[in-house]
Design a protein around this ligand. Structure first.
Ligand code: GAR
Length: 188
C-alpha cells in the first residue's frame, strides 16, 4: 500500500473527503492525520472515521527534528497539507522532495502568501471584484504558496457573491479535485 500522511489545522472537511475517497482503495491508504491544533475539528472527524490522528506540539515541528524523524519512520509516499496553516520547515522539503503537496483556495500566484488563508482569501477576492476564483494544488516549498503548480481549477463568480458564497464554491472544487490529484500523483 502507498501511504498518505495528512496535516490539517482546522475543520478538516478536505481531510474527510480524502479519507473517504481512499477508504476502500486497492493501493492507497491514509496512514495518519496530524494536527498542530488540539481543538481542530479534523481530530474529531478522524475519530468518527476510525483513522489514526494525533495532535503534535508545534515545537516538535519547527523547533526540532522530532516530528520529522517520526515521519521518516512512517515512510509516507505523499504528505498532504489540507488546510494546514504552518510553514513547512526546509528540512522537511529536503527530506521529502516532491512529496509534500498543498491546496490553496485561490488561483495562485494571486491571493497567496503569509496571512492568506481561509476567509481572508475570499474577502480579498471579493474586495478586488474578481469575476473568477478557484483552487491551486501545488508542491509545498519553504515559502508560503510558492511551490510548483500541479493543477488549478477555476469557478465563475457573480457580482453579488459574498465571501461566504465564494468560499462555498471554492470548497466544492477542493473536495472534488484534491482526492483525484492525490490518486494520480501516487499512480505515477
Ligand atoms: C481550505 O479551503 C484550504 O484550501 C485552506 O483552508 C481550508 C481548510 O478547510 N487552506 C489555506 O488557506 C492554506 N493557505 P477544511 O479544514 O475544511 O479542509
Amino acid at each position: 500500500m502507498k501511504r498518505i500522511v495528512l496535516l490539517a489545522s482546522g475543520s478538516g472537511s478536505n481531510a474527510q473527503k480524502i479519507i473517504e475517497y481512499f477508504q476502500d482503495h486497492d493501493s492507497i491508504e491514509v496512514a495518519l492525520v496530524l494536527s498542530n491544533k488540539k481543538t481542530a475539528g479534523v481530530l474529531d472527524r478522524c475519530d468518527r472515521l476510525g483513522v489514526p490522528a494525533m495532535y503534535f506540539n508545534p515545537s516538535s515541528f519547527s523547533g526540532s527534528n522530532r516530528l520529522l524523524e517520526c515521519l521518516l519512520g512512517i515512510e509516507p509516499d505523499l504528505i498532504v497539507l489540507a488546510g494546514f496553516l504552518k510553514l513547512i520547515p526546509s528540512s522537511w522539503i529536503e527530506a521529502f522532495p516532491k512529496k509534500i503537496i498543498n491546496i490553496h483556495p485561490a488561483l495562485l500566484p494571486k491571493y497567496g502568501g503569509k496571512g492568506m488563508y481561509g476567509m481572508n482569501v475570499h474577502r480579498k477576492v471579493k474586495e478586488e471584484k474578481e469575476t473568477s476564483s478557484g483552487i491551486s494544488i501545488h508542491y509545498a516549498d519553504a515559502r508560503y504558496d510558492e511551490g510548483a503548480l500541479i493543477k488549478q481549477v477555476s469557478c465563475t463568480l457573480n457580482s453579488d457573491d459574498e465571501p461566504e458564497d465564494i468560499a462555498r464554491k471554492v470548497l466544492a472544487l477542493e473536495h472534488e479535485h484534491y482526492p483525484q490529484v492525490i490518486e494520480s500523483l501516487l499512480a505515477d
